[in-house]
Design a protein around this ligand. Structure first.
Ligand code: SF4
Ligand code: SF4
Length: 81
């Protein structure tokens, strides 16, 4: 089962630095989402082996093909501080 980035407010384009939603003008957290969710382009366009937690580990199902510009359905996000 592929693990993907969460579709929650902290990954949404409408999430402001002060933890408010630019669309609904309320405080939101990583526990919230809504039908207007819009994945940040910086996250959406950054799915590749280079950002995959499995890269160069035994859990990668394609170790011989994996490369920074490649991607497969087993991609899983690295922890972000
Ligand atoms: S409430 Fe909806 S639009 Fe606002 S930040 Fe969360 S997901 Fe995005
Ligand atoms: S091949 Fe798939 S699982 Fe392996 S590092 Fe690339 S995206 Fe991750």
């Amino acid at each position: 089962m592929p693990i993907r980035l969460a579709t929650n407010c902290t990954n949404c384009n409408n999430f402001n630095n002060d933890s408010t939603c630019a669309q609904h003008n309320i405080k939101v957290t990583e526990r919230h989402t809504c039908d207007s969710f819009d994945m940040k382009a910086t996250l959406k366009n950054n799915l590749n082996c280079g950002t995959c937690v499995r890269y160069q580990t035994a859990t990668c199902p394609h170790p011989t093909q994996a490369a920074p510009e490649m991607l497969c359905s087993s991609w899983a996000p690295r922890a972000v501080a």
